[in-house]
Design a protein around this ligand. Structure first.
Ligand SMILES: [Zn+2]
Length: 600
C-alpha cells in the first residue's frame, strides 16, 4: 500500500460491495429492522420491576438496544457516504431517510427504558449498572435517567416530542427551505448568473474589497426580502422552546444546552469572562491587517479577507505526507493511524462534479473504521481540512474498543482532536516557510479563526441569551431583533468593527439560531477551540511523553462531564476563570507574532 499520487476516491466496497443496490447491505439492514421489531416487542412486555426474576431480561434488552444502535450507525454512515459522493444517487438518499425513521423508533425504545429506569430505586439501579456487561454504558444511562427526572411526567414528554415534529422542528425545516431557495443575481466578468446564498457568502472571502462589499450588500438585501418570515419563524421556535422549559420548570434558556454539552453553567460563564478581555489585542491585529490589505475601516465583510493573492499549492501526496510526518513527530500512533487511513483509501478527495459540498468524517463503529469526505484541489485550507478530519477519525479510532454508548461525546468535546490536529499542522506549515510574505497569510488564517471564535461566536451567544430573555415577554419585532443583534456585535467586537460595519440581519442569516436539534449551537465552538488550544500547549511543553495522556483524555470523552475530564487528564479546573484566561493568552501570542512580521 502507498499514499495515492492524486486526490483519490474512497473505498466503500470493502464495507458493503455494490453501492446503494448492494444485496449485502440490504441483508444487513433487514436484520436491523427485525431486531428493532424484536426489542420493541420485548421492551413493551418488560416487567417494570427489576428483581432477580426479571434481571436477565432487563440486561439482555439493554445490551441488544446498544448493539442495534451501533449497527444502525454503521448502516447510516454507509448510506450517507453514498448519498454524498453522488447527488444523483436517489436510492442512497431514500436509504438515509429510511434509516432516520429507524433511528426515531430506537429513540422511542430508549425513552421507554429510561422511563422504567426512573421508576427503579436508586440502589437497585446502581446495582444493575454495576453489572460487568453494563458497566461500560453506565455513564450514558445514568445521565439519561438523571435528566429524565428533570423533565415532565413521561406522558407529557411523549406528547411534547410528538408535537415538536410538526411544530418546533417544522419551523427549522421551513427556515432551511426558504434560505435554500434564496437566489441572488450576480455579475462577474461581465457574466450574469443566479447564485445561492451559500455561494454569495463565499464571495465575502474574496481578495478584492469591491467584490466582498457587493456580495455583502446583496446578502443583506436578500435576507431583508424574507426578514418578516424569518422573524415569525424565530419567534415561534423560541416561544415553543420557552413554553416547554416553563412546563419542565427550567428557568434558564441555556439549561438544556449545558445539559447536552455535559458542562456546568459556571464553566461557560468563566470562559466568556476570559474571552471578553480579548478585544484590545484583537483590535491591534485588525489595525495591522487594515494596513496590509489597504482598507481604512473594518466591516463585517472584511473578516475573511485574505492576505496576498497567490497561494502556495500543496499536491495531495505532498499534503498527506506532510500531515503524517508532523502528527507522527508528536505521537507515532497518530502518524501511523493517519498513514493507514490514507493508504487504505478511507478518504474521498477527488475534485469532480456531482459531489455534495463541504467536508465531514463519519465513523463505522462495527468495523472500527472511518471515512472522510472532502474535495481536494490543492490549496492550504484543504490541507487543513484533511488534517482536521483525520483528527475526528483518530478520535473514533481511540474509542473503537469501548462500549458504543461510551463513544458518544458531547459537542463541547467533539472538536478536540480535529482542532488539535489543525494546530499541529498549522505550526508545522508556518515553520516550513521563512519569508514574511509566506508566513503572514498563514498567521492571518489562524487569527481569522481566533476572531471568529472570540468575537463572532460570542456575539451569537450574547444575542441569543438576550433574545430568549426578551422573548419570555412576547414576540420581538424586526427592529427589536436588529437592535439586539447590533448591540451584541458592539459588545463582542468593541472597536474592531467600524460604526457602519455591522450585520444587523445576522439573526436571520445565521442558520444556527434556527437550529432545533442543538439549542445554543455557539458556545461549544469557542469551548472546543480554547480547550484544544490548552491541550496543544501542554503537548508543546511536554513533547512526546504527553501523547499517551492525550490519548487517554480522548478515550474518556464519551463517558465523563467536561469538568471531570479536564480534572482527571489535565489536572485543570475548567470552572475557574484562570484556566480560560491562560488559554486565551496562549491564543493571543499569535497577535504578537503577526505584528512582528508585519513590521518586518
Ligand atoms: Zn470538525
Amino acid at each position: 500500500m502507498a499514499i495515492p499520487e492524486k486526490s483519490p476516491r474512497w473505498d466503500l466496497e470493502s464495507i458493503f460491495p455494490g453501492g446503494s443496490s448492494s444485496s449485502e447491505f440490504a441483508e444487513f439492514r433487514s436484520k436491523i429492522v427485525s431486531d428493532i421489531e424484536l426489542v420493541e416487542r420485548q421492551s413493551s412486555q418488560l416487567p417494570r420491576k427489576l428483581d432477580s426474576t426479571t434481571y436477565q431480561t432487563w440486561l439482555e434488552i439493554f445490551r441488544l438496544v446498544q448493539d442495534v444502535e451501533m449497527r444502525l450507525h454503521q448502516a447510516t454512515s454507509f448510506a450517507y457516504c453514498l448519498a454524498s459522493q453522488d447527488i444523483s444517487d436517489e436510492r442512497a438518499r431514500i436509504l438515509v431517510e429510511e434509516n432516520a425513521v429507524l433511528h426515531a423508533r430506537l429513540e422511542q425504545i430508549k425513552t421507554d427504558l429510561e422511563e422504567m429506569a426512573v421508576n427503579v430505586s436508586h440502589d437497585d439501579w446502581d446495582r444493575f449498572m454495576a453489572e460487568p456487561q453494563l458497566a461500560g454504558m453506565a455513564f450514558f444511562w445514568n445521565e439519561r435517567r438523571r435528566n429524565a427526572r428533570l423533565k415532565m411526567e413521561p406522558k407529557l414528554e411523549r406528547l411534547a416530542t410528538e408535537l415538536a415534529v410538526n411544530g418546533y422542528h417544522a419551523w427549522n425545516r421551513l427556515y432551511t427551505k426558504i434560505a435554500g431557495d434564496l437566489r441572488v443575481e450576480w455579475i462577474e466578468d461581465g457574466k450574469k448568473s443566479l447564485v445561492s446564498i451559500g455561494q454569495l457568502a463565499n464571495k465575502m472571502a474574496a481578495p478584492q474589497r469591491e467584490i466582498r462589499q457587493a456580495a455583502f450588500e446583496k446578502f443583506e438585501n436578500a435576507w431583508r426580502s424574507i426578514q418578516d418570515l424569518v422573524a415569525i419563524e424565530l419567534n415561534a421556535l423560541a416561544g415553543f422552546r420557552l413554553s416547554l422549559y416553563k412546563a419542565r420548570k427550567w428557568d434558564s434558556p441555556t439549561f438544556e444546552a449545558f445539559l447536552m454539552a455535559r458542562v456546568k453553567p459556571e464553566t461557560i460563564n468563566a470562559m466568556w469572562n476570559a474571552v471578553a478581555s480579548v478585544r484590545e489585542a484583537m483590535a491591534r491585529y485588525v489595525e495591522a491587517k487594515k494596513r496590509l490589505v489597504g482598507i481604512d475601516s473594518f466591516r463585517w465583510y472584511d473578516q475573511l479577507a485574505p492576505i496576498g493573492t497567490s497561494e502556495k499549492k500543496y499536491a495531495y501526496p505532498e499534503a498527506a505526507r506532510f500531515i503524517v510526518e508532523h502528527l507522527g513527530s508528536f505521537s507515532p500512533e497518530m502518524g501511523e493511524f493517519s498513514k493507514m487511513a490514507i493508504e487504505k483509501r478511507w478518504i474521498e478527495a477527488e475534485d469532480r462534479p456531482g459531489k455534495v459540498p463541504g467536508g465531514f468524517c463519519t465513523s463505522f463503529p462495527l468495523t472500527k473504521e472511518a471515512r472522510i469526505f472532502m474535495t481536494y484541489s490543492g490549496n492550504y485550507n484543504e490541507m487543513m481540512t484533511l488534517a482536521h478530519e483525520l483528527g475526528h477519525a483518530y478520535h473514533s479510532w481511540v474509542l473503537r474498543d469501548r462500549d458504543y454508548y461510551a463513544r458518544k461525546y458531547p459537542m463541547t468535546l467533539a472538536e478536540t482532536a480535529s482542532t488539535f490536529n489543525e494546530m499541529l499542522v498549522t505550526d508545522a506549515a508556518l515553520q516550513s516557510v521563512t519569508s514574511s510574505d509566506d508566513k503572514l497569510p498563514l498567521l492571518d488564517k489562524k487569527l481569522q479563526e481566533h476572531l471568529q471564535m472570540f468575537c463572532n461566536i460570542r456575539c451569537r451567544y450574547l444575542f441569543e441569551t438576550k433574545f430568549y430573555e426578551a422573548r419570555k415577554k412576547g414576540p420581538l419585532s424586526i427592529d427589536n431583533l436588529n437592535d439586539l443583534m447590533v448591540e451584541a456585535q458592539r459588545e463582542a467586537y468593541g472597536e474592531i468593527l467600524a460604526d457602519d460595519g455591522y450585520h444587523p440581519l445576522f439573526w436571520a442569516s445565521k442558520l444556527h439560531f434556527s437550529e432545533t436539534s442543538v439549542p445554543f449551537y455557539n458556545f461549544p465552538y469557542t469551548f472546543g477551540h480554547l480547550f484544544a488550544g490548552a491541550i496543544y500547549r501542554l503537548a508543546k511543553n511536554r513533547g512526546k511523553q504527553f501523547a499517551s495522556a492525550y490519548r487517554d483524555l480522548l478515550y474518556d470523552t464519551g463517558s465523563m462531564t467536561c469538568e471531570d475530564l479536564a480534572k482527571k487528564h489535565l489536572g485543570a479546573d475548567i470552572s475557574s476563570e484562570r484556566f480560560w484566561t491562560e488559554a486565551v493568552e496562549n491564543a493571543l501570542e499569535d497577535v504578537e507574532t503577526f505584528l512582528r512580521f508585519t513590521q518586518a
